[in-house]
Structures are given as C-alpha cells and as structure tokens.
Design a protein around this ligand. Structure first.
Ligand code: HMG
Length: 386
C-alpha cells in the first residue's frame, strides 16, 4: 500500500514588499538581496492574520465533506504558536468542521515541525488505511525591522492531506534523520523574535545536508541518478542552492546541473514569498510540481527538511501518475499576482501593529478568515465572509 500526499495547497497573506525597495530603504546594494540572498519579494502579514487564519485559507479549499468525515488527525507544525498550551490544531479542527473523533495537536521543532507531522501521519495511515490526516505547516517568519534576518522573513501556510493510495506523492521508507544540539537559531519563551547566528545557521544547514545525503546514499545504495529532483527547506532561495552544490561537489557536472535546474523550478514561489519556516520545504515541492516540465510519473523526489536547533531529515517520494492534475498552478499564480504591494513605510507600520491579548477589542479585516475579536484573552475568528 502506498501512503503519501493526496492533496496539497499553499496560502500567503495578500501583501508583499519588493526586495529592491527594502534594499534602498536599508542602504544595501539591491543585488545582495536579489542575487546574494535570492529573494525578489517578501510576504507581509497583518496582526489580524495568524497561523490559524493562514491554515484555514490553505486547508479549506482542499477538503470535501467526505474528507472531513474521514480525517481523524489534525497536525499543525509551527514555531509561531499563539498559545503556550492549547494547540492551534484544536481550533483549526473546529473551524474546518472535521468529525469529532479525531486527534489534534501541534508540533514544534523550528522549521522541521511539519516534516515530523508528515511522518507521524504516514505511520498512522499505514495502521489505519481508511482514515485521512490533515498536516498543516503555518508560520510567520519575523526577525525585526532592519535586523540581519529581515530580508529572509515571510509568512503563510501549506496544507497537505495524507492518505492511502495518494494521488500526488507516494512516500518512500528511506528516511535518514539527524539531531544536533546547536544554537544557530532559537526563540526563548516571551521573546518576539528569534536569536540567530546567521552564518552558523548556514554552516549547520549545509553540513546537515551533506551528512544525511551521504548516509542516505550509503544506507539506501543510491546516488544522484536515483533522484529526478531534490527539494530543500528554503529559508531564502540561495540557501538550498549552496547546500546542493556543497553536498554534490564530487558528483558529475551533468548530474549537478540537472538537479540545479530542478532546484530553480522549486524556488519559483519562494523567491516571491520568503521563508514560510515549517512550510518552506513543501512550498518548494508545490513549486517544483507546478513549474517543472521535466518530471514524469514515478520519478523520485528527494526532500531535505531542516529545523534549526537542529534536526534534519532526508526522505523521498515517488510522483504518482496523473499528479499534475491535482495541483493548481493557475490558482497559486493568481494568489501571488493579486497581492497588494506595500511601500516600506506601510510595511513598517503593519510590522509594528500587534494584538494585545489582554485588551478586549474588535477588529476589521477584509480576508475571509481573520481574527475578529479578542475577549478575555481568547481569539475569536471571522469564520466566513461577513
Ligand atoms: P548577511 O550577513 O546579511 O549577508 O547574512 P552576507 O554578507 O552573508 O551575504 C549574503 C550573500 O549575499 C553572500 O553570498 C554574499 O556574497 C552576497 P554567499 O557568499 O553566501 O553565496 N552578497 C552579494 N551578492 C551580490 N551583490 C552584492 C552582494 N553583497 C553580498 N552586492 C543571512 C545573511 C542569510 C545569514 C541573514 O539574512 C540571516 O541571518 N537570516 C536568518 C537565518 C537564516 O535564514 N539561516 C538559513 C539557514 S538556517 C534555516 O534554514 C532555519 C530557519 O529557517 C529557522 C528554522 O529552522 O526555524 C532560518
């Protein structure tokens, strides 16, 4: 029995800034952001949009009444939680209308959380093939105005429905995991932004890829030729490219170039969005499937997941025949095209607006799903276009 991704979708908030504008505002050569970092645009969110509203926008269009009746597990991978105790997955479960006899919880390990969720979902479906699991990666990546990490921010969610006999990607059983207790990026409780050692984080990311790649080739008796493409966690688009080139440095030039061409197809959306944290790897997978004409059914796609702190995992899946009919390039391009471009002044204003959870207040937001009210520290969501 195959188990894997049957449906997948992403959502990003309806605002962005141009990285050239940001470079000018920060007194930086724009080429540093567009070439050195590899970002053209960056998603920006409002205070009335959080991981639950992003998750709703990403998941709701995917799910039929039959899916809602079959889902018995809702997993949210996030590092932008809105509560230290209650899982956002519990709120999502109700807002989506999933049948009540389900398990709902949140997973945290920096940008690795959704991968842990996906692997948990896979094991669950292997034991219960008639059920379905919803895995959502939802985050707001923020480092602070004019900080070193500012050009690598972003926001949004990816939702995946994991089932038996999936129609997009059948997951293989070849995972190689790596845990290293390293402080390259972390966010102590109560801190609004992460502490980050940017250059160390790049180094750990690259070394982690090298280690799991070599170990996976050894354990699974594979080489680059066994992969049609490798998707990477994409904190900024140059990062995966650096790891790919460093990890495959001893491989033949033609193999490197082939995988590099697929990598370029996997970063089309990330270049316009930035870091989705837990969702970035899966945004890359959507971009690859929707923008590559070189792929075909049964091709093996490698997936390199990295969460600072640090946990890495390399695993793979096979494209299922007809996979291209179950993704929606048109919708995703429209979502990106219809966003509003903000000036840097407006972005800074939005950035500084924050919900005070201790102050009862009603909010207005045009989005279909948004935070409508704070009452006695509880977030109430607008559940449809009201
Ligand atoms: P920085 O110090 O601003 O930039 O930090 P830099 O000086 O290292 O330059 C960046 C690149 O731009 C370099 O290219 C420069 O040469 C180039 P590279 O040598 O690396 O190939 N450059 C130029 N290129 C063209 N024209 C120019 C020019 N000037 C410079 N004029 C950094 C950059 C990414 C470190 C910073 O933005 C940061 O700290 N970001 C946040 C951390 C991060 O994203 N780390 C990535 C790996 S860790 C990870 O992925 C996990 C994460 O997602 C968190 C989680 O797991 O939850 C972050």
């Amino acid at each position: 029995m195959n188990v894997g991704i049957d449906k997948i979708n992403f959502f990003v908030p309806p605002y962005y800034i141009d990285m050239v504008d940001l470079a000018h505002a920060r007194g930086v050569d724009p080429n540093k952001f567009t070439i050195g970092i590899g970002q053209d645009q960056m998603a920006v969110s409002k205070m009335t949009q959080d991981i639950v509203t992003f998750a709703m926008h990403a998941a709701k269009p995917l799910l039929t009444a039959a899916d809602l009746a079959a889902i018995d597990m809702v997993i949210v991978g996030t590092e932008s939680g809105i509560d230290e105790s209650k899982a956002s997955a519990v709120v999502l479960h109700r807002l989506l209308g999933v049948q009540p006899f389900a398990r709902s919880f949140e997973i945290k390990e920096a940008c690795y959380g959704a991968t842990a969720g996906l692997q948990f979902a896979k094991s669950h479906i292997q034991a219960h093939p008639d059920s379905k699991v919803l895995v959502v990666a939802s985050d707001i990546a923020r480092y602070g105005l004019a900080s070193g990490g500012e050009p690598t921010q972003g926001a949004g969610a990816v939702a995946m429905l994991v089932t038996a006999e999936p129609r997009i990607l059948a997951l293989d059983n070849d995972n190689v995991m790596l845990t290293q207790d390293i402080y390259d990026f972390w966010r102590p409780v109560g801190h609004p932004y992460p502490m980050v050692d940017g250059h160390l984080s790049n180094e750990v990311y690259i070394n982690s890829f090298k280690q799991v790649w070599q170990e996976s080739c050894r354990r699974n008796d594979r080489s680059t030729e066994d992969y049609a493409a490798i998707c990477f966690h994409i904190p900024y688009t140059k990062m995966g490219k650096k790891a790919l080139l460093a990890g495959l440095a001893s491989e033949e030039q033609a193999q490197q170039e082939r995988l590099l061409a697929r990598y370029e197809e996997s970063i089309v959306y990330s270049r316009r969005i930035g870091n989705l944290y837990t969702g970035s790897l899966y945004l890359g997978l959507i971009s690859l499937i929707e923008n590559s004409v070189a792929l075909k059914a049964n091709d093996r796609i490698g997936l390199f997941s990295y969460g600072s702190g640090a946990v890495a995992e390399l695993f793979s899946g096979h494209l299922v025949a007809g996979y291209e009919q179950h993704v929606s390039k048109e919708n995703h391009e429209r979502l990106l095209e219809e966003r509003e471009k903000l000036s840097i002044t407006d972005y800074e204003k939005l950035f500084n607006e924050k919900i005070d959870i201790d102050e009862d207040k009603v909010f207005q937001d045009d989005l279909i799903y948004s935070v409508q009210e704070i009452k006695q520290t509880i977030r109430y969501y607008k559940e449809k276009n009201q």
